[in-house]
Write a protein that binds this ligand. Structure first.
Ligand code: MV4
Length: 449
């Protein structure tokens, strides 16, 4: 096992990793920018190193500074958390070259999944169902038109280097395809320095359902059920829950087994998420994330499995501590991302938290690095904390969530708490009847006015 882990992140996920490391008896090193000197992850770590100025490019994304911090402190492994360098294959390679373990998958698998064309080709080869579309990249108008006619309109053109919703263009008919292809390629080149794009059938009203997987690269891989992340605004997840209100046990077992077998075949190492669009009873692969995700506590609450503990143990060479038959999904969990943003305009609201009181009680978990008097810096994402609530049934979970949201106090800044207090009382949400466009429509219709 590792002696000392360096956590290349900040905020609630740095605390989450710290806690897992402490339970394993592993010493921790926090890194921080000058803006984060007073941050909770710095206070709770055994040691800390300042790695640069507030701007992330020069601190949390600064690979040489992170390697130097490992060498100064003698850390033998790095946990990247989510965001920042968590899906950077060059960082994984660089750590390996310095004999430091990257707590995550092989660089090769990060690289494949980072290229959305390669990811889809790999998924298809592994027997994962994909959205109908081009076999690889598309460059020519005639080729795009032929594929679009073949799969039928509407189609969507996506950047190979994109993901998370950046650089997508929908073409509703033959007249749109040339402009959509050109615009997508130009935007992809400008945003990612790579103009490779591919075409898919555009699904009009899908849900976003993702399967959590764990592999040990030693012949074992399992799935831990799904999370429904359909409630998003501008490709930012707002509310995640598991199990999905749209699935039954046999559909879950079927797609879960496909994913687990695929990860076993790939010899995937660590935690991963396979993202699908789900429409009319069918799953369509879109992307795979090779990191721990923000919403991982939903899965932890319904399985009882500590995903970060598994990540660390697997990276240290251990086998999976659980087999598929040990995974029993119990009850229901919902996560609300409480952001420092205005609840209807979503304008960022950094500043000093005057008063901070988190809810508690049975089935209630708050993952946050905030505290009374903490000043949220303007340089990073606006997550203040995650409220995760568990119940034996979805209804019990909703009841407990309603009560928890009413207990939660964050004064001094705007937060998205009022949005969640509305959502948890909404009839469609209570019925579990929503797709990927539901939240934007709710907001556009004045749901928060
Ligand atoms: C799609 C789609 C419809 N059809 N692909 C957006 C984020 C990126 N990960 C994939 N995205 C989409 N891909 C096909 N073939 C609709 C979206 C999409 C979306 C997906 C998940 C959650 C919210 C979304 C909001 C708008 C569009």
């Amino acid at each position: 096992m590792f002696d000392k882990i360096l956590i290349a992140n900040r905020g609630e996920i740095a605390l989450r990793v710290l806690r897992a490391a402490k339970e394993l008896g592993i010493a921790t090193v926090a890194v921080h920018s000058t803006a984060d000197a007073e941050a909770m992850h710095v206070r709770l770590a055994d040691e800390s190193v300042c790695i640069g100025p507030p701007v992330a490019r020069e601190s949390y994304l600064n690979m040489p500074a992170l390697i130097a911090a490992c060498e100064i402190t003698g850390a033998d492994a790095v946990h990247p958390g989510y965001g920042f360098l968590s899906e950077n294959a060059r960082f994984a390679d660089m750590l390996a070259a310095h004999n430091i373990t990257f707590i995550g998958p092989k660089a090769e698998h990060i690289r494949i999944m980072g290229d959305k064309i390669e990811a889809k080709r790999t998924a298809r080869r592994l027997g994962i169902p994909c959205v109908p579309g081009s076999d690889g990249g598309v460059t020519q108008d005639a080729e795009a038109l032929r594929i679009a006619r073949d799969i039928g309109f509407p189609v969507i053109i996506k950047a190979a280097a994109g993901g998370g919703g950046r650089g997508m263009k929908v073409a509703r008919g033959e007249d749109d395809i040339v402009v959509a292809l050109q615009t997508a390629r130009t935007e992809a080149k400008a945003a990612f320095g790579d103009d490779a794009v591919y075409i898919e059938k555009y699904l009009e009203k899908p849900r976003h359902i993702e399967i959590q997987v764990l592999g040990d690269g030693k012949g074992h891989a399992i799935h831990l059920g799904e999370r429904d992340c359909s409630l998003q605004r501008r490709h930012q997840k707002v509310w995640e829950e598991g199990p999905s209100p749209a699935l039954n046990a046999s559909m879950r077992a079927e797609i879960g087994d496909v994913c687990a077998k695929a990860m076993q075949e790939l010899q995937y190492i660590g935690a991963g998420t396979i993202e699908f669009l789900y429409e009319d009873g069918k799953f369509y692969f879109i992307e795979m994330n090779t990191r721990i995700q923000v919403e991982h506590p939903v899965t932890e609450m319904i399985t009882g499995i500590d995903l970060v503990n598994e990540q660390i143990r697997i990276a240290a060479g251990a086998e999976l501590s659980i087999k598929q038959s040990d995974i029993v999904l119990e009850g229901h969990a919902i996560e609300c991302r409480v952001n420092a943003e205005h609840p209807s305009t979503f304008r960022p609201s950094p500043g000093r938290i005057q008063s901070f009181h988190t809810p508690g009680g049975l089935g209630v978990r708050v993952d946050s690095a905030a505290y009374q008097g903490y000043v949220i810096p303007p340089h990073y994402d606006s997550l203040v904390g995650k409220l995760i609530v568990h119940g034996r049934t979805r209804n019990e979970c909703l009841m407990r969530l309603r009560r928890s949201l009413d207990e939660f106090v964050v004064d001094g800044i705007d937060t998205t708490l009022p949005l969640f207090r509305k959502l948890v009382r909404n009839q469609d949400i209570q019925n579990g009847q929503y797709d990927i466009h539901w939240l934007e429509k709710f907001l556009a219709a004045g749901g928060m006015d």
